[in-house]
Design a protein around this ligand. Structure first.
Ligand code: ATP
Length: 359
């Protein structure tokens, strides 16, 4: 296993890039710690697969270096990097049995028979294939074939890292949760460095210790799920993480005071004098509907989603989503919102401002 360092890395699919817009991956520096489980999260086209393929050696970067521990592997092939990969669609040998498929990466490396049998047995059990070991892969469902692919990706214990590119796309929704949980326990048991590409925040947040959030070829933040939720470094992270995402209200901020349309909101920390485009970011879960105090809010729509209600409101013409307990009855005199000042984030020109006196 290895830590992976990406140094001044950037990639353009254009031969002679003329500017930033020609780069699918803008210049970045990033370190992936040995043994951690990461998710690479972002919308379609933001550069996740490009970054993963550079780490695996399928793609040579236009600039920068890839280091495995201290070794420069920028020009090394995937095999030389000693990496396992699981792709979006199953890669299995139809004519082989499930057991032979799982054993293939180990046989290829000349591992000893007893070790192979033991390892294949353990992996098959963990991903629920133990009853199918003697079945040919041909004729199995796409779900089962992808389970074999996952198993093959995990079967070697000597790889530097395991890279997953949207591995659960073809998996039935109710099985996804089960497989994700199994992947997580395999990670705990074997401790490989894992990178899991997805555009699905639930997958990312449940699988990973750390999530790398990307947008338009840039890495915006690397953080634990809690850090991304509580202190998103960029307004896109606030919006993309959470369901619904963070709300934003345009404000002016001086010291501990934010002002919106003449209404003052006291903040829990000072921010000095902010000059750029300043916004107050607030999670839907931390807003309370009240009657008569706080910012005026007009309720537009209410959706009952079981244990919670999603309330859609307008605050000075800005759309604000609010999540409340299903047990709370809404009434006509709920015309205002309040919130705990300590849960507020302030953004200047899209980036979160660290409050004065905070770490
Ligand atoms: P998705 O979730 O849709 O797979 P992604 O986040 O993995 O998206 P990439 O596939 O890395 O994004 O694509 C990043 C950008 O690079 C996109 O604008 C895409 O069109 C472009 N791109 C990707 N592969 C190539 C290629 N082989 N040639 C030219 N452009 C490419």
């Amino acid at each position: 296993m290895a830590s992976i360092t990406l140094e001044n890395l950037a990639h353009s699919y254009v031969d002679h890039p003329q500017g930033q817009a020609d780069f699918a991956l803008k210049e970045l520096n990033l370190q992936w710690q040995d043994g951690e489980a990461y998710a690479l999260l972002g919308p379609s086209g933001c550069g996740k697969t490009t970054l993963l393929n550079i780490m695996s050696g399928l793609l040579k970067p236009s600039q920068g270096r890839v280091l495995f521990d201290d070794r420069d592997v920028t020009k090394a092939t995937t095999a030389e990097r000693n990496i396992a990969q699981v792709f979006q669609f199953p890669v299995v040998y139809d004519t082989m049995s499930v057991r032979e498929n799982l054993a293939f990466p180990l046989r290829n490396r000349g591992m000893e028979r007893g070790y192979i049998a033991d390892r294949v047995g353990r992996i098959a059990q963990m991903i629920g294939l133990e009853d199918l070991l003697d079945r040919k892969a041909r004729g199995l469902t796409a779900d089962l074939k992808q389970k074999i692919s996952l198993g093959r990706g995990m079967v070697r214990d000597d790889v530097n890292a395991i890279l997953f590119d949207e591995p659960l796309t073809v998996i039935d929704p109710h099985l996804k949760w089960e497989l994700r949980t199994q992947l997580k326990s395999l990670h705990h048991e074997f401790g490989h460095t894992m990178v899991y590409v997805t555009h699905d925040q639930t997958e990312a947040l449940t699988f990973a210790d750390k999530v790398v959030v990307m947008q338009e070829g840039k890495v915006l933040q690397v953080g634990t799920p809690q850090e991304l939720f509580e202190a998103p470094a960029h307004r896109f992270v606030g919006y993309f993480i959470g369901s619904p995402g963070m709300n934003f209200l345009p404000v002016s901020v001086t010291g501990r005071n934010a002002t919106i349309e003449g209404h003052k909101v006291e903040l829990s920390h000072g921010y000095g004098e902010l000059q750029g485009e300043v916004e107050l970011g607030l999670r839907p879960e931390f807003i309370t509907l009240t009657s008569g105090n706080g910012l005026p809010a007009e309720i537009i729509r209410v959706q009952d989603v079981g244990r919670q209600k999603f309330v859609n409101a307008s605050v000075f013409g800005n759309e604000v989503n609010i999540v409340i307990d299903a047990g709370i009855e809404l009434s006509a005199d709920m015309t205002n919102i309040t919130f705990d000042a300590s849960k507020v984030s302030i953004f200047e020109d899209h980036w979160r401002v660290t409050p004065q006196g905070a770490a």
